[in-house]
Design a binder for this molecule. Sequence first.
Ligand SMILES: [Cu+2]
Length: 153
Amino acid sequence: MSTPINSQRLRLLALCALFLLPGAHAAEPLTIDVHRDANCGCCKSWIRHLEANGFQVIDHVESNMSAVKQELGVPYRLASCHTGVINGKFVEGHVPAAEVIELTRRNDLAGVAVPGMPKGSPGMEAGGAVQPYEVIGLTASGTEQVIAEYPGN
Ligand SMILES: [Cu+2]
């Protein structure tokens, strides 16, 4: 008689764990290191975008950003201004918070990038102009895939 109750309880516990795990993850602020040049205004605006979306940002002012990018494995073709690092993965340029979060959930990606500095991307809103842009994911094996397109549909 007690066996079915116990297994039911176990099943309930398993269900609870399923629901609690993502919740516990979201409650804990995501911490990201951001490397930038001292005089980069749009980099600071991107940092504010991340903070507004619940990230804890550790700001690093660098004198040689290209050396930082090289060290972190950011391909030259994907380069932008600042470079973030989260869970050992790179976040290059004005990547929206949604794709930074996606990066933390994707085991296949080594990093994400918004190459260049497209107008209208997070931190690049000054002036009000909007350019379409893609968020590129770089897999561990070095292939690129588009993980988001902005402005979205
Ligand atoms: Cu920028």
